[in-house]
Write a protein that binds this ligand. Structure first.
Ligand code: ADP
Ligand code: ASP
Ligand code: MG
Length: 406
């Protein structure tokens, strides 16, 4: 007997037929004598639809009310999944995030999990029940409903796997595993048998939405080994863990594209100590993630500052920057038609020439590079959004990623 935590994403529970399919899979694993805690997402599209409705009734919806609203998507699917299990004779019980003892901090819309009280779950597991937990949500110390950021059901699953000391954690989605690039965009992308936390984390934070980046961070911290696989077949998936064999030999493991990015240009800001601090403190206080920061050489006491923010946080950034710019001067403009393309691989640590290969391939394809940033294990460039998919295919070919993987 094993204790297994599974997570089924939005497409996997996208309609009642699919929910029944998930219930049948759960029953088979349950009947083999395993204990099961199952996390489900909202039906595909529901969270987006709820966000659109919020914006239709109010230009700047309150973040508290947003979380109240978004939490209902997962509440529908937990109840339906439990009912589908009852329908085929499996004892199951649904839990909201709060009922599952998932306590978070107070940051609405992207709360962090502080602690999990697994006692209620343990009790029901002992009683032989399958537990169905709403992904993406928790409760803070004031008793308020919070959500864990987009894609947050992955985090719920990984945190629960750590909390109940699961033997296995399986993330079921609509592709067979983690590929060298988004298989919907790059047709010859290859499925990886395994990938390290470091590489998975970079890919996820750079836009490969197959895993939420914070969930990978959590897995690495608590050493939760997990498998990403498909809920539509029985193919083996991708194992994500600390170390993988042949890690340093492969230079580039994957290509990621993030289209949820906006470029911010602050021109004519005062070129003096403290200007950048004022700008980025204002953004940090609003919990906005800033990336790709470039400041040009100042002239006549003025400088230009360029950086990127998530597109979904652009309006929040505008509001946060207003008082800061009153203090240090400067005008702000945005470019929303950009995307970030990245290549990732721990092998880069010990090899040179990766940047040159990428830039050359993009140049040949006529893709202009607007900003560049590098770290030990990744190179990212900002390019025009309408060229992003082509650029991903070009980068994938340049590093011969179609020959990698299983
Ligand atoms: P779920 O609803 O199951 O959480 P998501 O839509 O969040 O699923 O993530 C799965 C999607 O991630 C896939 O359909 C695929 O298009 C996309 N994706 C992006 N990059 C990758 C990658 N490197 N490997 C696999 N899938 C990827
Ligand atoms: N329903 C949430 C979202 O769409 C959480 C998730 O699917 O993981 O972001
Ligand atoms: Mg997801």
């Amino acid at each position: 007997m094993a204790r297994i935590v599974q997570k089924y994403g939005g497409t996997s529970v996208g309609d009642v037929e699919r929910i029944k399919n998930v219930a049948a899979r759960i029953k088979a694993i349950r009947d083999a004598g395993n204990e099961l805690v199952v996390v489900v997402s909202a039906r595909a599209g529901v969270t987006n639809e709820l966000i659109a409705r919020a914006k239709a009734v109010c230009a700047i919806p309150s973040e508290r009310e947003m979380d109240q609203l978004l939490a209902i998507g997962e509440q529908e699917t937990i109840a339906l999944t439990a009912m589908a299990l009852h329908g085929i004779g499996v004892d199951a019980v649904s839990y909201t995030g709060a009922q599952a003892g998932i306590f978070t901090d107070k940051v609405f819309t992207k709360a962090k999990i502080r602690t999990i009280n697994a006692k209620p779950i343990e009790k029901d597991l002992k009683a032989g029940r399958v537990i169905i937990v709403a992904g993406f949500q928790g409760i803070n110390d004031d008793g308020q409903v919070t959500t864990l950021g987009r894609g947050g059901s992955d985090l719920t699953a990984i945190a629960l796997a750590a909390a109940v000391k699961a033997d296995k954690c399986e993330i079921y989605t609509d592709v067979d595993g983690v590929y060298t690039a988004d298989p919907r965009v790059v047709k010859d992308a290859r499925k990886l048998e395994e990938i390290s936390y470091d590489e998975m984390l970079e890919l996820a934070s750079l836009g490969s939405k197959v895993m939420q980046s914070r969930s990978v961070e959590f897995a690495a911290k608590y050493n939760v080994v997990f498998e990403v696989r498909s809920s539509f077949n029985q193919n083996p998936g991708t194992i994500v863990k600390q170390e993988v064999a042949y890690m340093e030999k492969v230079l580039v493991r994957g290509v990621a594209v993030d289209k949820d990015q906006a470029k911010v240009l602050i021109s004519n800001i005062a070129d003096k100590p403290g200007s950048a601090a004022t700008v980025f403190k204002a953004l940090a206080n609003a919990h906005i993630n800033v990336d790709m920061i470039v400041q040009n050489v100042g002239r006549a006491g003025l400088a230009n500052l360029t950086f990127t923010v998530p597109l979904s946080e652009k309006d929040k950034a505008v509001r946060a920057l207003e008082p800061a710019l009153k203090e240090v001067g400067g005008e702000v403009t945005f470019d929303e038609k950009i995307a970030k393309l990245s290549v990732v691989g721990v092998g880069m640590r010990t090899h040179s020439g990766i940047a040159a290969t990428l830039f050359e391939a993009l140049a040949k394809a006529g893709v202009n590079i607007e900003l560049i940033s590098t770290s030990e294990i990744k190179i990212s460039v900002i390019i025009a959004r309408d060229k992003a998919d082509d650029a991903a295919r070009v980068a994938h070919a340049a590093f011969q990623l179609d020959q990698l993987g299983s």
